[in-house]
Design a protein around this ligand. Structure first.
Ligand SMILES: Cc1cc2nc3c(=O)[nH]c(=O)nc-3n(C[C@H](O)[C@H](O)[C@H](O)COP(=O)(O)OP(=O)(O)OC[C@H]3O[C@@H](n4cnc5c(N)ncnc54)[C@H](O)[C@@H]3O)c2cc1C
Ligand SMILES: *[C@@H]1O[C@H](CO)[C@@H](O)[C@H](O)[C@H]1NC(C)=O
Ligand SMILES: *[C@@H]1O[C@H](CO)[C@@H](O)[C@H](O)[C@H]1NC(C)=O
Length: 482
């Protein structure tokens, strides 16, 4: 016992076996890194988190009759997916339905479901053909006429199919979280299986509990809660000498042998000039600037009465060109005569929460919609249901509760998920790889490390990418002390 204590003191005082690590951000990536370090005996860890909760963009809350996810909601893919692998034997994930929404048209109301399904298939085929080209938008516009030739001999259907390109556009910008489909690289490095899973009513936060070993029981849980300091907004990281010093806006300072930065790409874009002392090298700055991040706005609504049934898979909207200009809705933002309501890409029912629907607002209206009062947003959705003829007599009552999160305007996120822009694809290495490279005055023991979703070369934008990146940087530190 005495020998052990003396040895421990020796190691601690010389920092041989227990380097100190500060992790900035308690999102999926930061928590993954911390758990990996703890399991490998590196215990002098502090996680500094600016918000008053852990989880970051994984944010599951109780709402209506169940749980809703204000951030990440689905596990994307069953191949090469660390989240899927962690839970596949636990019977938690459930296949989500294939996405074949009902499509409503502002003039013709509900479109024939076979036609809607054929449109979705056409779109999936088109997306699957991605080629090295400038942007998704440019390629899809160029390819579109040819992709819809099947409808050419029926003029009215063909006209509809031509208009439906806007349906694809909102789908792409929602999926990529971009403000324009010309910002999104067509042929990108993201790899995923086709399957989509939901968390069977438990919310994506289940993965955090699993990482911290709090699920299913708490008996073997890792002491992460003791390591997290909430409401700690970091404002400067001095990394040029052996120990890094981290300054918080509340005046507190922390020293560490290694810092793992997990803040979002949006935060890096906004703050890299002032956050790092010395400033980041130019290739890193270029990667941060070239990678893309914008936002979607998910609005979650509870209706006192369901106006949909169990077979409902969701609704997408197709606007007639004239209607876009003439929609006479007084409330909420308008740009160039176009109402913010055209930015609703889809309504989706929420699994295991029978009275809840989520509306996705996408594209350049998102920052303004985030700032709209709840009442205006509810009025807007009701107006949309009415305009598109979805109001089913008295059963379509007004939502009596709403919940949403402002990911774009919140300075701790400044966006929802990252994407590759055409510019990110010009160099030899993808910008995610450049972002992930560690820095520090000692090349063998770099002290400034980068994790987070946007540093994953193949699973950026997703929770499993964030977790992989956290593990990657923890492993980098663990190897230095082996
Ligand atoms: C609406 C929405 C829907 C999504 N849907 C899906 C989905 O279905 N499936 C999927 O896989 N992914 C989805 N994502 C993406 C997924 O949520 C993210 O990729 C992932 O959670 C990112 O984790 P992270 O740890 O890299 O970053 P974050 O979760 O952003 O963690 C970083 C942490 O750093 C903190 N921070 C920021 N600045 C500072 C500072 N100065 N000082 C201290 N702390 C700071 C932040 O508060 C945050 O907690 C979605 C995201 C959103 C927003
Ligand atoms: C943890 O690391 C910090 C910074 O290097 C150091 O001041 C502190 O004494 C360490 N704590 C323990 C318990 O070793
Ligand atoms: C569900 O509602 C749709 C109309 O939106 C209807 O066509 C369908 O038959 C209904 N299904 C069931 C099982 O009631």
């Amino acid at each position: 016992m005495l020998v052990k204590t003396v040895l421990l003191l020796f190691f601690v005082s010389f920092g041989v076996c227990d380097p100190s690590v500060v992790i900035i951000g308690a999102g999926a990536s930061g928590i993954a890194a911390a758990t990996r370090l703890l399991k490998n005996g590196i215990t002098n860890i502090t996680i500094l988190e600016a918000e008053d909760r852990i989880g970051g963009r994984v944010y599951s809350v109780r709402f209506a009759d169940g749980v809703v996810d204000l951030g990440a909601e689905w596990c994307h893919g069953d191949k090469d997916n660390i989240v899927y692998d962690m839970v596949k034997d636990l019977n938690i994930l459930q296949h989500a339905q294939q996405f074949y929404p009902e499509i409503y048209h502002s003039k013709f109301k509900r479109l024939d479901q076979d036609f809607s399904n054929a449109l979705v298939d056409t779109f999936n085929k088109l997306i699957g053909e991605s080629k090295k080209s400038v942007s998704v938008g440019e390629r899809l516009i160029a390819r579109y006429e040819q992709a819809i030739v099947q409808w050419k001999n029926d003029p009215s259907v063909y006209a509809l199919a031509r208009e439906a390109i806007t349906f694809f556009e909102v789908y792409v910008i929602g999926n990529k979280g971009a403000f324009s489909w010309f910002d999104v690289a067509d042929d990108d490095d993201y790899s995923e299986g086709n399957l989509l899973f939901h968390w069977n009513g438990h919310g994506y936060k289940t993965i955090l509990d699993l990482l911290m070993q709090k699920y299913p029981g708490e008996s073997k849980s890792l002491p992460i809660d003791d390591k997290v300091l909430l409401n700690k907004e970091v404002h400067q990281i001095t990394w040029g000498s052996k120990q890094a010093v981290i300054k918080c806006t509340d005046g507190s300072n922390y020293a560490a042998d290694h810092v793992i930065v997990t803040v979002s790409l949006g935060v890096l874009k906004h703050q890299h000039h002032t956050l790092f002392q010395p400033k980041l090298p130019s290739d890193k700055v270029q990667a941060i600037e070239q990678l893309g991040i914008a936002a979607v706005h998910k609005v979650i609504l509870r209706f006192p009465q369901r106006w949909w049934n169990d077979s409902y898979t969701g609704t997408s909207f197709l606007w007639d060109k004239d209607d876009i200009k003439h929609i006479s809705f007084g409330e909420g933002p308008v740009k160039d005569g176009v109402s913010w309501l055209t930015s609703v890409s889809v309504l989706l029912p929420v699994e295991h929460n029978p009275n809840v629907i989520e509306a996705w607002f996408v594209g350049h209206f998102v920052p303004e919609v985030e700032r709209c009062p709840d009442e205006v947003v509810i009025n807007g959705v009701m107006y949309l249901l009415d305009y598109f003829g979805m109001v089913v007599a008295e059963t379509t009552t007004r939502p009596d509760a709403i919940i949403r999160n402002n990911w774009y305007t919140n300075p701790h996120f400044r966006g929802t998920y990252s994407f590759q822009t055409p510019r990110t694809r010009r160099g030899q290495y993808s910008d995610e790889v450049i972002l992930s490279e560690p820095l520090g005055y000692n090349a063998q023991k770099p002290n400034l490390l980068f994790a987070g979703e946007a540093s994953s070369p193949t699973h950026y934008s997703k929770v499993h990418g964030a977790i992989e990146a956290g593990f990657r940087e923890a492993d980098r530190i663990i190897k230095m002390y082996k």
